[in-house]
Design a binder for this molecule. Structure first.
Ligand code: FES
Length: 196
């Protein structure tokens, strides 16, 4: 099982880490990571995976594993959500009509709660792992990059909802797994889709 906390350039936790010191941050991270770990039995059976998002800072992403696949959970900022607007013409399937996803994801936000994006982190081209390239204008992606996800294998680009841009190899949007909220801060990945 691979679990890691990604610290993107917008990761506000970085600021907090600098303020509190590296030692304190290391101890603080231990219970957080432990709370994401499903039991060995649940993992073996491909059972739903419960994720505590209470400490996921705005602008940060966490990866968990469900049924052998990476699941990306991003706490989107208002700026990230604003990036989703006005780009339909640049996207191959802005309405997610051909996507692998629950019915609730057929919206621009593609999520039960707009601020929390939950995606299967597997490129729909040939299965590579997309990178989080949240920062608009990131020169390692392309000029005019508006932020989102970038697959380095063959250059596919996805927006902050995992919607694929035109003129890249990936044919469809990144899938949204079934999930539901157990509480405001706990998500059950792999459960039958429920209400926010
Ligand atoms: S596998 Fe992602 S672009 Fe080819």
């Amino acid at each position: 099982m691979t679990e890691e906390v990604d610290t993107g350039r917008r990761h506000f936790l970085t600021v907090a880490t600098v303020a509190t010191g590296a030692v304190g941050a290391a101890f603080a991270a231990i219970p957080f990571l432990a709370s994401w770990k499903p039991s060995a039995r649940a993992k073996a059976m491909g059972a739903p995976v419960e994720v505590d998002i209470s400490k996921l800072e705005p602008g940060a992403m966490v990866k968990v594993e469900w049924r052998g696949k990476a699941i990306f959970i991003v706490h989107r900022t208002p700026q990230m959500l604003a990036q989703l607007e006005g780009i339909d013409g640049d996207l191959r399937d802005p309405g997610s009509n051909e996507s692998d996803q629950p019915a609730f994801a057929k919206t621009t936000a593609r999520a039960l709660k707009p601020e929390y994006l939950v995606l299967v982190g597997v490129c729909t081209h040939l299965g590579c792992a997309p990178l989080d390239k949240f920062t608009p204008g990131d020169p390692t992606v392309s000029a005019g990059w508006q932020g989102g996800f970038f697959c380095p294998c063959h250059g596919s680009k996805f927006d902050m909802s995992g919607r694929v841009f035109k003129d890249v190899p990936a044919p469809t949007n990144l899938p949204v797994p079934p999930y539901r909220y157990l509480s405001d801060t706990r998500i059950l990945i792999g459960a039958e889709a429920g209400n926010a």
